[in-house]
Design a protein around this ligand. Structure first.
Ligand code: ARG
Length: 231
């Protein structure tokens, strides 16, 4: 490299647990990282003149990776919580979400969160879903590294229910899961996703918030939202 070419754009390393469609996942053939979060981060990167590189990381390893400076930011459908905010700097919320329940289509005993008492519940490790179900009386909580493993466990009757983010449950059902599973009950917890950066990285946090405002103003955010969630 070198010569009189313009310098390569700086790279922003973004951690994501990339088996969480439609937010972050790998395209089947190309293995490219795609999804709502990936597009939002690319749009933010463009505003900041930075190139975004996705670093696929276990969900419970994301905050440690940020603290250890292996990544610069997290965009992984991560809910803004007080507990996490003690360790990271969250951007303004960029997506509204909540938790919901998926059970087998023929299940008639679980119709809401109350009826999860005493049941076997599959969740992704380290998530708000895992936290929520641990508070349910006598629940037998089974934690998996990915949401897809939790759905597989339900399919194999190793669990009575999966508790996960509503849009991810909806996507799973829409992409074939509805053949033998369904959504039941209310949506729990109003949750909001935020982009996280290290506590000390206040400058980067400011730039990300500014870029988020810009892509909302210039229509890019709406375009990406429509692409992933439009009917
Ligand atoms: N919103 C939930 C949380 O913050 C689940 C996020 C899981 N994200 C992922 N990419 N696997 O705990």
């Amino acid at each position: 490299c070198g010569g009189n070419q313009s310098p390569a754009a700086k790279v922003l390393k973004v951690g994501a647990e990339a088996t969480f469609p439609p937010f972050e996942f790998q395209e089947e053939n190309s293995k490219e990282y795609v999804g709502f979060d990936v597009d939002i981060m690319k749009a933010i990167g463009k505003q900041m003149g930075m190139e975004v590189q996705i670093v696929n990381t276990g969900f419970d390893g994301l905050i440690p990776a940020l603290e250890g400076s292996q990544i610069d930011a997290i965009a992984s459908a991560m809910t803004i919580t007080d507990e996490r905010a003690k360790k990271v700097n969250f951007s303004k919320p960029y997506y509204k979400s909540g938790l919901s329940i998926v059970v087998k289509s023929d299940n008639v005993t679980i119709n809401n969160f109350k009826e999860l008492e005493g049941k076997r519940i599959a969740v992704q490790i380290g998530t708000t879903g895992a936290e929520a179900v641990k508070k349910i009386k006598d629940a037998k909580v089974r934690e998996y590294n990915s949401a897809s493993e939790a759905y597989l466990e339900l399919k194999a009757d190793g669990a009575d229910a999966v508790v996960n983010d509503l849009p991810v449950n909806e996507y799973y059902l829409a992409k074939g899961g509805s053949k033998d599973a369904k959504l039941v009950g209310e949506v729990l917890n109003a949750e909001e996703y935020g982009i996280a950066v290290a506590k000390k990285d206040t400058e980067l946090a400011g730039k990300i918030n500014k870029a988020l405002d810009e892509i909302k103003q210039n229509g890019e955010y709406a375009k990406i939202y429509e692409q992933w969630f439009g009917k």
